[in-house]
Design a protein around this ligand. Structure first.
Ligand SMILES: Cc1cc2nc3c(=O)[nH]c(=O)nc-3n(C[C@H](O)[C@H](O)[C@H](O)COP(=O)(O)O)c2cc1C
Ligand SMILES: Nc1ncnc2c1ncn2[C@@H]1O[C@H](COP(=O)(O)OP(=O)(O)OP(=O)(O)O)[C@@H](O)[C@H]1O
Ligand SMILES: [Mg+2]
Length: 500
């Protein structure tokens, strides 16, 4: 059988061979658990379900070496009018070439499955879902259908396969796949929400139109869905803008939370300064920091803090505890907060190998264990190793101000930066020698009159001047508030101070 031969005799890729063996094992377990006529294969002509088709064929052959050369499995295809014609024709042609018993369903997944189960007992359905797919979170190789869905077992034999594994398998076994993948499509949804992946675009001086490299050329599999429109993308024209004399800019504010992991800070051995440096940078792009915390190097402490902050801030930044030491618990804490495992990430492992070689204890580089299914690697040409982003949590690798500077610039330069630049905060600083008792009433009234302005007072000493910062995005409102302060206090009692 050509798949088994290619994987065992012709391929020298040990990692892929292991994944192949494991996937075949999962399929065989499922075929042993459920009667063959009560099992279905959900096939949509996509690359992942094409891989699964051939794994099913191999597993079936290994169980019945003298039987049918094909795997005559019940196969369901949800055909939609918004599918690409290339996907439709590939699905029908492939089903017919490999003797699949195709049942085409013309309704949405849920009601289609309800009808299917009412008509034919179906205990298990094979799917080409992989970790990284939006719906894969929390799934295992065997996952019962979700509450509210008709009852069946979802069997996901290639759940742990990476984008690279999928392409190594299809290319090593010289398998046909839908032609759209040769035109730069890397993950295929409907004709309305899918375009070729811009990361594969090539521009030729001679050809006015963009052309695209094939899908297998995409280096970072995490970006496979870059050609799929986000379902809840905000409409740019709906954003409020502000005019501070230059161009109109987005006047909304995003919030960030900063978590510093550091026993050394809590023991007073080292001063915390990365958090405050980041606050300044965030203010410069119009973000507001809602919280900074310093937590000990303990998985539970990190997990608890991440869990608390990830749902209240747009973005959470973590400093510290990243590396191979026993105290490097940041990623384990993040994984725990999201309820996922740490799993080896081959792409990250490769970066680490190029940086530090293969010099680590144990079978694998433990630094390449990343929170499974939620991690995105943020690549930038000047970073030796990409930054790690898990949903809305960015794990910064910076250990000092210079490194923060570099990583911050990289974050802002990413083609799809997770940090949308807003109208920056402007601030005006004044100082007064009047006592806090003397100014309290005026400042309190000002804060009621200008609720859109942050009026922040601080003292440099008990008897010294009181400093008052006015922070806002709208320059005119800021000027109006300052004017009101000056007119409410005796002449000469307040003076402006230069600030950055
Ligand atoms: C056979 C089958 C079973 C599914 N079972 C479930 C399920 O149990 N729970 C669920 O939330 N979605 C289920 N889905 C929907 C998928 O989670 C997902 O929406 C679908 O694969 C489309 O992915 P896309 O949005 O990336 O195109 C199922 C889909 C198929 C085809
Ligand atoms: N229209 C459909 N009909 C049948 N099965 C489907 C359909 N859409 C999705 N599936 C099942 O869900 C799995 C994951 O869907 P997904 O959209 O990720 O397709 P794919 O095969 O992975 O291709 P790609 O990721 O390149 O689009 C598929 O492998 C298939 O098993
Ligand atoms: Mg997929």
């Amino acid at each position: 059988m050509e798949i088994e031969r290619a994987m065992t005799a012709e391929s020298s890729d040990r990692r892929l061979q292991t994944k192949y063996r494991r996937a075949v094992y999962v399929i065989q377990r499922a075929l042993a658990l459920y009667p063959f006529h009560q099992v279905a294969f959900s096939f949509n002509g996509g690359k992942d379900s094409t891989v699964l088709l051939h794994l099913l064929r191999a597993a079936y052959y290994l169980l019945h070496p003298d039987g049918n050369p094909n795997c005559p499995i019940r196969t369901i295809y949800f055909e939609s009018p918004s599918a690409f014609p290339e996907i439709n024709s590939f699905t029908f042609q492939t089903a017919s070439s490999y003797g699949l018993l195709l049942e085409t369903i013309h309704s949405d997944f849920k009601s289609g499955l309800e009808q299917l189960l009412a008509q034919k007992p179906t205990q298990a359905i094979f799917l080409g879902t992989r970790i990284g797919d939006p719906n894969a979170l929390g799934q295992d190789q065997f996952s019962p259908s979700s509450p509210g869905w008709p009852p069946f077992m979802r069997v996901n034999p290639i759940l742990d396969w990476s984008y690279r594994d999928v392409w190594s398998f299809l290319l090593t076994c010289k398998l046909d796949y839908c032609t759209l993948y040769d035109q730069g499509y890397t993950s295929i949804g409907s004709i309305y929400d899918t375009v070729p992946n811009a990361l594969l675009a090539v521009s030729h001086a001679s050809a006015p139109n963009l052309t695209f490299k094939p899908a297998y050329m995409l280096l970072d599999g995490r970006l496979e869905r870059a050609g799929r429109a986000k379902k809840s993308a905000p409409k740019p024209h709906a954003l409020p803008t502000i005019d501070n004399g230059a161009n109109n800019v987005d006047a909304t504010t995003s919030t960030a939370s900063i978590i510093v992991i550091g026993d050394q800070i809590l023991f007073g051995a080292v001063e915390e300064n990365l958090g405050s440096a980041l606050c300044k940078k965030l203010r410069g792009i119009g973000w507001q920091v809602s919280h900074i915390s310093v937590v000990p190097n303990e998985i539970d402490a990190v997990a608890e803090e991440v869990e608390l902050r990830k749902s209240t801030a747009d973005m959470v930044f973590i400093f510290g505890a990243l590396g191979p030491l026993h105290s490097d618990v940041s990623l384990a804490g993040v994984a725990k907060a999201f309820g996922v495992r740490l799993a080896p990430d081959e792409e990250f492992e490769e970066y680490l190998r190029q940086l530090i070689g293969s010099d680590y204890t144990g079978d694998r580089n433990e630094m390449a264990l990343l929170p499974e299914g939620i991690t995105e690697l943020l690549h930038h040409r000047t970073l030796p190793v990409p930054l790690i982003k898990c949903k809305n949590v960015i794990v910064m690798a910076a250990t000092n101000g210079d490194e923060l500077e570099t990583q911050w610039s990289c974050l802002l330069e990413l083609p799809e930066t997770p940090l949308s630049v807003k109208a920056p905060f402007l601030s005006l600083l004044v100082s007064t020698m009047l006592s806090d008792v003397e100014i309290a009433k005026v400042v309190s009234e000002l804060s009621i009159e200008f609720p859109d302005i942050h009026i922040v007072c601080h003292r440099t000493s008990r008897n010294g001047p009181v400093m008052i910062s006015f922070i806002a995005k709208d320059k005119r409102r800021l000027d109006a508030a300052i004017e009101r302060l000056f007119s409410s206090l005796p002449e000469g009692a307040v003076c402006k101070v230069d600030s950055d």
